[in-house]
Design a protein around this ligand. Sequence first.
Ligand code: BES
Ligand code: MN
Ligand code: ZN
Length: 518
Amino acid sequence: MKIEVVKKLSGIKADTLVAGVWAAGKNDKPEMTPAAAAVDKACGMVSAAIEAGDFTGKAGDIMALHAVKGFDCKRVLIVGLGAKDAMSEKTFIAAHRKVGKFARGGSVALTSAEWTVPERDEAWAARSAVREMLFASHKPQGLKTKGEPAKAITDIFWVSDKNPADDLQAGRIAAGAMLWAKELQDLPPNICDPQFLAQAAASAVEEFETAASKADKGRLTVKVLDKNAIDEAGMGGVIGVCKGSAVDPVFIELAWHGASEDKAPVVLVGKGVCFDAGGISLKPSRMMDQMKFDMSGGAVVMAAVKAAADMRLKENVVALVPAVENLPSGSAQKPADVITMMNGMTVEVLNTDAEGRLILADALTRACELNPAVCIDVATLTGACIVALGNDVSGLFCDDEALTAEMACAADSAHDPVWPLPMGGGYAKALESGVADIANIGWTGGAGASVAATFLSKFAPKCPWAHLDVAGTAQAASGKSGGTARPLPLLLEWLTARAVKGTAKAKGKKSSAKKSAK
Ligand code: BES
Ligand code: MN
Ligand code: ZN
């Protein structure tokens, strides 16, 4: 894909040109952005539509103009931005999603550098615009044998006198990673099983290696533990959950070595239940098909590491994904089984459908061995989180104030909302077991998402740790649109902000060292 910064609107040759219009505020009329004014100057069609009352600039409205004189474009998309003083990340992002859907592939010229969002710079605008437009423009063909996939966007022109080239590329990489995660999410469970997920990680490494310069070779690595190795490592949670399945589990470790070896890594843990039938505690069949999305956390953290590699982020980032199927069978684990986890704790499995926490517990124990600087897990963990927050907001569980604030910031920046929920404290009481160290479900009922997070907290590394429950947000709430790749936008905003901060610190260090040397 070609992404180019162009200084002037005149002379642009693109399939689609995008221009914005602000809606009327309290006392004024709709206002054209400079790009829309330029289009209007050439054809008069924008002001005519506004005067006729057909286009008000309301956020979410879009109008296509064709054969605009003086512009070498198939179409000009006039986009409503809402009132200027109410401009927000949400409106900016929604507008670019709409553009992605209306552009019909090919080349797109964006003038959204003019759509100023309070407290956001053009770097933010560039990466957000590209990420959201590219992700939304993709209409997957899936496994349909008829019809054609949507045409891909091939070129982007960013109209501005600034040059946010790195951020435009970051947006492209983020969209690519999101599409990869979504592809894995949407695949049916008879194809995307644990072995397939491991293969996908291996392919990502291979692809990176092929394209990498000499210096970058060997910096993206994957290690896959098979069932034997998982057993030998003592991962009783992973072994317990996979017992009903005919497909062997895997434990995937996908790592980007972007900094020196002694720098403590960012460890991302993702739930990789390729299908969750509930096990012996079988789920009802209504909507059971949705449990193919129970590997979303795993797909998202693998995609985050891939994106970190593609951006050559100066951080060590590791994705840990325990991948299993949770199925009933004569060999499946039973309610009341007691299993021994990798950290030596015993767990009474009172409900085999609370399987995510069992495999994540072992993955968090593995994370401890890596001495992370920070650890984040992503999991479609509880239906209770959907009851609490619905399908737009992910649950954030974190006892570290600074990390909570960073997550909230990244969520705002990516418009990938999260809301903090409590864990620990009294919730631990619910997990008491008569026979083992801990039970895998609460006996008190209620606060299911908090109880699950509290279970995980018993295994989490000592570093700042956050748990994201994405049961409600990993897939679209309705219709057939499938996986959302959330919370990948949040994770990538957080990771890049962290890397930038780290670089600034390192730079500061150097100069102060120089000073003291003088
Ligand atoms: N994968 C489910 C959670 C889930 C439910 C995700 C609906 C997306 C949509 C998880 O493994 C599960 O079954 N959780 C149980 C826990 C309960 C048995 C304590 C639940 O939420 O019902
Ligand atoms: Mn379950
Ligand atoms: Zn599950």
